[in-house]
Design a protein around this ligand. Structure first.
Ligand code: NAD
Length: 364
């Protein structure tokens, strides 16, 4: 089996789908690994490290000869169109986001595994790119908030007087939110967090945060949140508006699967915040949790609140984010790799539920 990995093509993408560590493991599993020269440069993995791991460095195209292509973000349609008939493509593919790409996958009969579709079962955790990348995003978001803030995060007792710790509010306690709570705590801030899933209270508290109870509970299917009703939303907003007046920095991470980000922080709420407060909206990619968020931009409101909507947070920590992403991919590909080639066990839900286009259900 030839596994090909090319340099990422998306603007701003610094991560890489193959690290020297996973290259070595794939080679040990009997695969031939083709790594395009310069593959890991932006994530700080030198070519020599891939060569030492047993990968073959390739100067030009690596896609057309590969049985399995690994990527972070999907290659463009034109590149997919050069893939072998029936080859496998694994990564954060989001095939529906681009017509031409979807068409190219169909045309080439590419067996695509967009890993964002992976069911989030216990067995899938080792392959869960959403979780592994969200951790880095939550971490970086807090560092950005600390950087933008005109205050210290920790409490200081100095000869020039005492500095009170910053009050940080984390909105949403998924993987990114919990990492944000942990990181802000480590920087010495007073941290509060809320989520609509009641089980998050214990998780927030175990990280040293305080659960902010806004009186809204909206647990949905599969351990996820459901969208709020109008009444629930009004209640959440009313209680939050008052509370935000005392907050120095917000890191917002709330999401509902398959939907635009819930709008939680209104323009009026931002108006009520202190000058010098900071909002880092991790949900910027899917529309933002704050009404004012501009995707990919940082700006200051009329009343001196800085609002940031960064979109490439995982890429900012490309080395560790890639290590985790590449391990996720390796663990998934291990489901397919056999000594004598590839095998697809369509009874395995991790394959059957992830593959795209969806396979027709087997006749009863
Ligand atoms: P996510 O990124 O999808 O969402 C972030 C958080 O926003 C969630 O905690 C959600 O409850 C919260 N949220 C949604 N609407 C909100 C609102 N109006 N107000 C406040 N908060 C709101 O989350 P995630 O990190 O992907 O994790 C979400 C769920 O998936 C959790 O139950 C987690 O345990 C589960 N999960 C399971 C696995 C696994 O078992 N393999 C892996 C990862 C996550």
């Amino acid at each position: 089996v030839i596994i090909g990995v090319a340099r990422e093509s998306a603007p701003g993408e610094r991560r890489v789908a193959l690290t020297p560590e996973t290259a070595k493991k794939l080679v040990a599993a009997g695969a031939v690994v083709h790594a395009q020269r310069g593959l890991g440069a932006l994530a700080r993995f030198p070519d020599q490290a891939y060569a030492d791991a047993g990968a073959e460095l390739v100067d030009g195209d690596v896609l057309s000869g590969a049985d399995v292509v690994l990527c972070v973000q999907s290659p463009p349609a034109a590149a997919i169109a050069t893939m072998k008939q029936g080859a496998v493509l694994v990564g954060a593919l989001h095939p529906q986001a681009d017509e031409a790409r979807a068409a190219a996958i169909r045309e080439r009969g590419v067996v695509a595994f967009p890993l964002e579709r992976l069911p989030r079962t216990t067995r899938a955790q080792a392959m869960d790119i959403l979780s592994s990348q969200a951790g880095m995003a939550g971490y970086k978001a807090v560092l950005i908030a600390a950087q933008l803030a005109p205050r210290f995060f920790p409490m200081l007792t100095t000869a020039a007087g005492t500095i009170r710790p910053s009050k940080v509010l984390v909105v949403g306690a998924g993987v990114a939110g919990l990492q944000a709570v942990a990181t802000a705590r480590r920087l010495g801030a007073q941290v509060e967090c809320f989520d609509v899933r009641p089980e998050t209270r214990e998780q927030i508290e175990s990280l040293g945060g305080k659960f902010l109870d806004l009186g809204v509970s909206a647990a949905g299917e599969g351990g996820y949140a459901r969208p709020l009703t109008d009444e629930e939303r009004a209640l959440q907003q009313q209680r939050l508006a008052e509370h935000l007046k005392g907050i120095d920095a917000i890191v917002s991470t709330a999401a509902v699967p398959g939907r635009p980000a819930p709008k939680i922080i209104s323009a009026a709420m931002v108006d009520g915040m202190k000058p010098g407060s900071v909002i880092v909206d991790l949900a910027a990619e899917t529309g933002g949790n704050c009404e004012l968020t501009r995707r990919g931009e940082t700006f200051e409101t009329g009343n001196g609140v800085v609002v940031a909507g960064p979109v490439d947070l995982a890429s900012m920590g490309a080395l560790h984010a890639s290590e985790m992403f590449a391990r996720n991919l390796y663990n998934f590909v291990s489901l397919l790799l056999r000594e004598d080639g590839l095998a697809f066990d369509w009874d395995d839900e991790l394959l059957a539920k992830t593959v795209w286009p969806e396979r027709a259900a087997a006749p009863a």
